[in-house]
Every structure is written in structure tokens, then in C-alpha cells.
Design a binder for this molecule. Structure first.
Ligand code: V47
Ligand code: SF4
Length: 392
């Protein structure tokens, strides 16, 4: 039987294009690929070529292990002072045209609705409401921790944090310290979009720029917190803008080691100011995951966010470098449904996630936010999963 390693080696050895073959050799020798190599991968790498190498690298790092978690989201508001062109979610005012703003009591009501349920993480992210300030969110963090200290709070993008820190007139370092003290455990990856100003100016000119985004994540890492990073792809950016974005993240990761997961996010074009831009094909989605795995050599994990990509494509991505598919979600986020994802009410039970992962011959592992193993489901029979009310 030919192993994945020798399959990848044979493929590289027989690659007719010299540039591509040399990049393949670097990858198999575990050498870092350059910016130019990254662009060439996008320009010349076929789906199967990229997929074979990305899968080889994924299996070198993680074998068949595929992670998921049990989580829910809180979206405090979709009112937003910014006007990102790709956003289908934000509204200028609450109570008009589907705008909402939640009080601390309402958000605590959501948290309490999970009492007795084995969720491990709450993901808090939303629009930038001019009245929801740093003091408001510190109170929310304290209230959640007082009620359920073991619940990991992954919350707020640099877009939200930058706005609340500047309004409160505190430095990034001071603001992050206050948020951590109040109970914030880690940062999600959002708000990154495309860092390069040539694109950022066109799609989200008025919010925090690349340096501001990276500064906030660096400050979190320096406090010992971990974080994720995203890239919004498949709209008006060129391949080199994607590599530029990944390169900035790879450099910060070399410095701090604080990132856990890289999450490419597929642009969805429903009901936003970029609806005329066509969405990427599944082939381009898988090529994006594969190049991400190959370029982001110092990021432990690559995640396919199933509410955005759809569950079958998330399954497929597990052969293109991905080793994490996020969590149960419990229909608690609206961002992707509003942008046109086929997942209009995103919910998967633990049994669903385990079965999805098993269907493509991978090993399902429930993780905490920081990738501590909560349960390895390799040997758990499907009947046992279905019979357990806590897993459904
Ligand atoms: O920054 C908004 C994206 C992000 C659209 O860290 C869109 O575990 C596609 O970052 N088409 C926020 N994408 C969500 C996010 C995230 C999600 C899941 C897990 C994690 C994590 C982070 O959503 C925004 C933006 O890039 N987004 N609108 C759209 N039309
Ligand atoms: Fe506001 Fe975020 Fe939408 Fe931009 S993507 S308009 S910051 S909610």
C-alpha cells in the first residue's frame, strides 16, 4: 500500500513544473515556503496537487484527529457605527429593520439557558454600538464569570476592542489587562478581513487597520492569552493579497506563538454592498484551505467554519489541510445566515459532529477552546451517542 507520505513524494518528484516541484520539495523537507512560493501555489497548484500536500502536512501534524467543541454565541448587537461593504448583518439603528441590542440581563438569560448543559465556550462578537462601552462589557464579563467560572469566554474582535478602548481613553495594553481581569479568556479571529490597504480601503475603510488589529492580538498574547485569526477571501482581492495577509500573521506568530487557529472565511454575497461580486467556487475554497495549511506552518490548527461553508464542504475540507470544524453553535449566530449561507439555523449536536467527522474517516475529538482534549470519540458507538441526551 502506498502511504500518504510516499504518495506526496511521488507527486512532487513527478511534477513537471520546476517552480512548483521546488516548492513541493521544500514542503516535504519541512522548510518554510516564501511569499513568492505562496503566490505560485495559488497560481499554478491544481486542486489535487495542493490537496495531496496539504493533507500530508495535516497528517504530519495531527494524524486523523479532527477537533470540534461545544459552544454557543452571543451577539450583543448588530447596530454598528462602521460600514463594511461585505456586511449583511449590521444596521444603523436598533428596532428598525431587524436591529437589536441586548442588555446585560438579556445576555445573562442566554448564558443561564445553558445551565446544566456541557458547553465549554461562549463566543461573543457583534457590531460596534456607540453606547455599549468598555464599562458595559467589563460588567458582562464579570457577570458571566460569577455565574459560570468554568465557561471559557472567547470574545470581541479588535474592531470592537479598538473602539471601546479609544472611547474609554485607555491604551491597548491597559484595556486588554482590564478585559482579562474581568474574565476575558481569549480572542476570536474576526475583523481581520484583508490587511493590505489596497483592499481594506475598498471593503472596510473606516475600521481598525492591519497594524491596529495585530497590535491588539500581540497585546493579548503578551498577557498570556491565546487568539485566532481569520481572512475573508473570495471577493475583490488578488492571490498576493491573501499571501500578504497570511505573511503578517505568520510573522506575529513567530514572535509570540499566541495564535491557535487560522480560519479562512468564504465571502458570502447576499444582501450587502458587494452582492454584485460572485462567490468563490468549492474548488477555490478547497485550494484556499490547502494553501493556508501549507503557508501557515507555525499555526497549529486550520479551521473550516461550517456555518459559513456548509457542512458537506466542511467535511470535504478535512482532506485539504483542515483539522477543526468549530462547534455545536446551537443556532446562536445570525451573521452567516444573513449573508446567504445555506445553514440558515446553524445547529449540530455532538452526535451530528462526530458522525460528520467519521463519515470521512477521521477521528473526532471534542476539545476545549485551547485544544485541551475533552473526549476522544474514536471508540464511542453511534448508538451510545444517540442515546445520550447530553450529546443530542
Ligand atoms: O470579521 C462578515 C466575517 C467575521 C461576511 O475565532 C463575513 O473561532 C463572509 O471572525 N461573508 C466574524 N464573512 C466572525 C469570525 C469568526 C467566526 C467563527 C469562529 C471564529 C473564531 C471567528 O465574519 C468578520 C467577517 O470577516 N463576515 N460578513 C460575509 N458577508
Ligand atoms: Fe460592523 Fe462588523 Fe459588520 Fe463591519 S463586519 S459593519 S464592523 S458588524
Amino acid at each position: 500500500m502506498i502511504s500518504v507520505a510516499s504518495g506526496a513524494a511521488v507527486l512532487v518528484a513527478n511534477t513537471p513544473d520546476t517552480e512548483l516541484r521546488k516548492i513541493g520539495e521544500k514542503i516535504l523537507n519541512k522548510e518554510r515556503i516564501s511569499f513568492e512560493d505562496g503566490v505560485i501555489l495559488f497560481e499554478k497548484g491544481s486542486l489535487s496537487w495542493l490537496g495531496t500536500l496539504a493533507n500530508w502536512m495535516r497528517e504530519e501534524k495531527h494524524g486523523n484527529k479532527t477537533y470540534f467543541n461545544r459552544n454557543f454565541h452571543i451577539e450583543p448587537t448588530n447596530v454598528c457605527v462602521f460600514s463594511c461593504k461585505f456586511c449583511s448583518y449590521s444596521r444603523l439603528y436598533a428596532n428598525r429593520e431587524e436591529g437589536w441590542e441586548l442588555s446585560i440581563d438579556q445576555m445573562m438569560h442566554i448564558v443561564k439557558s445553558y445551565d446544566g448543559k456541557p458547553v465549554t465556550e461562549v463566543h461573543i462578537v457583534g457590531g460596534v454600538h456607540p453606547k455599549m462601552n468598555l464599562a458595559f462589557f467589563l460588567e458582562l464579563l464579570r457577570a458571566i464569570k460569577a455565574h459560570r467560572p468554568d465557561l471559557h469566554i472567547k470574545g470581541f474582535t479588535p474592531v470592537e476592542l479598538d473602539y471601546m478602548f479609544s472611547k474609554a481613553k485607555v491604551s491597548v495594553e491597559e484595556g486588554m489587562r482590564m478585559a482579562k481581569e474581568a474574565g476575558l479568556d481569549s480572542l476570536p479571529g474576526g475583523g481581520a478581513e484583508i490587511f493590505h490597504p489596497e483592499i481594506r480601503q475598498q471593503i472596510c475603510a473606516d475600521k481598525v487597520d492591519a497594524d491596529g488589529w495585530l497590535h491588539i492580538h500581540k497585546a493579548a498574547h503578551q498577557l498570556g492569552m491565546h487568539s485566532n485569526a481569520t481572512l475573508l477571501y473570495g471577493h475583490i482581492e488578488k492571490f498576493w493579497h491573501r499571501i500578504d495577509h497570511m505573511d503578517r500573521l505568520r510573522k506575529l506568530q513567530d514572535e509570540t506563538g499566541g495564535f491557535n487557529t487560522f480560519i479562512p472565511l468564504k465571502f458570502r454575497n447576499k444582501d450587502n454592498d458587494m452582492s454584485h461580486v460572485p462567490e468563490s467556487t468549492v474548488i477555490e475554497d478547497m485550494r484556499m484551505y490547502a494553501v493556508s495549511r501549507l503557508y501557515m506552518d507555525n499555526f497549529p490548527h486550520i479551521k473550516a467554519y461550517w456555518p459559513m461553508l456548509g457542512r458537506q464542504n466542511a467535511q470535504l475540507s478535512l482532506s485539504f489541510g483542515v483539522n477543526d470544524i468549530d462547534g455545536t453553535i446551537d443556532d446562536s449566530t445570525k451573521i452567516y445566515a444573513m449573508a446567504g449561507s445555506e445553514e440558515q439555523s446553524p445547529t449540530m449536536s455532538t452526535a451530528d459532529l462526530v458522525s460528520l467527522i467519521r463519515q470521512v474517516n477521521r477521528q473526532p475529538i471534542e476539545r476545549g477552546t485551547l485544544y485541551n482534549v475533552i473526549r476522544d470519540y474514536s471508540d464511542v458507538a453511534m448508538q451510545e451517542l444517540i442515546a445520550d441526551p447530553l450529546l443530542n
